[in-house]
Design a protein around this ligand. Sequence first.
Ligand code: ZN
Length: 192
Amino acid sequence: MMIRPAIIIVDMLNDFITGKLEVKRAKNIISPLQRLVVAAHKNEVPVIFGNDAHYPQDIEVTQKWGQHAIKGTHGAEVIPELTPDPTRDYIVEKHTYSAFYETGLDPLLRDLYRGEGAKTVILGGLHTHICVRHTAADAFFRGYHIIVASDGVEAFTAQNHEQGLEYLENVYGAKILTINKIIEDIVKSNTS
Ligand code: ZN
């Protein structure tokens, strides 16, 4: 059962796929995520992009990863394959790992479905064990049901990815589902 779902796609930005923090494995999830977005649009499921839009002085930049996804640069734009539809998709700019942290994502989710609020968040994007994990943590703290697309998230290594998924399932009760299965459930939740 999928109750009032919203899709959150984390950090599918040029710098993470082809730029400064490029990870080859990230390319694996582009086409599954494209299919997910198409199905979401068809079934009126909201799609939210949670994007790094760093200031050069953000802690994450100065203390950990170096310059990446700097607000206003090409590196901080969503990859062309997944360009948000400005007429219906939402973009939330974030300054650290979680798409919830001081971004306005939670009130946005609560206003969806004519004020009933989204209940289920479906997470895709990068990276399984970092930003997806921290976004899942904040979703859990706020009482959302969590679904993670097993073929819609990736990480630096297979081990990072697999351990990341295991953690999401064990700690936040996330359901780990393939994009095909998620699409099936989205279609069902629309017709019921
Ligand atoms: Zn960042």
